[in-house]
Design a protein around this ligand. Structure first.
Ligand code: SF4
Length: 248
């Protein structure tokens, strides 16, 4: 793979992340996504004005500055987006460079990518964080622009190949927190012999990013879930045999 093929379009680098995988991590956000989630919290993922074009080596030079914290905490690199697996060459270049420097690697994906892109990074990823945004395919399509068929097939592919996967559910009040969806998530996890779920509660801090860009998201949930509401969801999952970790 040539360097040009692997150039990364990076719109943000967040150091000292503690909710993007184990330990202390640096999260690198790559531009581009084929989905259009109504609540997308990363509008910078679309368009190119804010991105830096960097080689994988340059990105990992930046990431490796905090190697001492990763070693202390079991952390490392997380690649996010956008959808980092939309383009295989850049993400593979990044992961390869990270592995050569002994870093733990995590990839956050919404799963709406060709299976070949997952297969293309399997040997380089220590953990996939895989989104379950809504379980009903029609509703998922309304909310994100794509149905769930390929996403769920890709989840099955990763698990059959023995990849470590953490499923994550963005918890959005009034959108995916109803009993029917929670039951469907629990059934999906059970069908894949998984009993763990990470929940990422909706927040509204990202609205400042839209204001700065002079845009509006398609959907703004009325309020973030309260601690009590989150606890109710956790209890409902526990009742269905699912252990929940709150991320963020
Ligand atoms: S998958 Fe992520 S980056 Fe893409 S539109 Fe949805 S929330 Fe935004």
């Amino acid at each position: 793979m040539g360097l040009t093929d692997a150039t990364c379009s990076v719109f943000d680098v967040q150091r000292f992340s503690i909710h993007d995988g184990p330990g202390i991590r640096t999260t690198v956000f790559l531009q581009g996504c084929a989905m259009r989630c109504a609540w997308c919290q990363n509008p910078e993922a679309f368009g190119h004005s804010h991105a830096r074009t960097l080689s994988p080596q340059a990105v990992i030079d930046e990431v490796a500055r905090d190697a001492v914290y990763y070693a202390m905490s079991g952390g490392g690199l997380t690649v996010s987006g956008g959808e980092p697996l939309l383009h295989l060459a850049p993400v593979r270049g990044l992961l390869q460079e990270a592995k050569e420097r002994g870093l733990h690697t995590c990839v956050q994906t919404a799963g709406a990518v060709p299976e070949a892109h997952l297969a293309g990074v399997l040997d380089l990823v220590d953990l996939f964080q895989f989104d379950l945004k809504h379980m009903d395919s029609d509703r998922h399509r309304e909310l994100t622009g794509v149905g769930t068929e390929r996403i769920h097939a890709n989840a099955g592919f990763l698990l059959r190949r023995g990849a470590p996967v953490h499923f994550r559910m963005p918890l959005i009040p009034g959108i995916n927190d109803d009993g029917e969806n929670l039951s469907a998530v629990a059934h999906f996890l059970a069908a894949h012999r998984t009993a763990d779920l990470h929940i990422v509660p909706y927040h509204r801090l990202y609205l400042d990013k839209y204001r700065a860009l002079g845009q509006l998201p398609r959907l703004v949930a009325p309020e973030p879930p309260t601690d009590e509401a989150i606890q109710r969801i956790v209890n409902q999952f526990q009742w269905r045999g699912v252990a929940v970790t709150i991320d963020g």
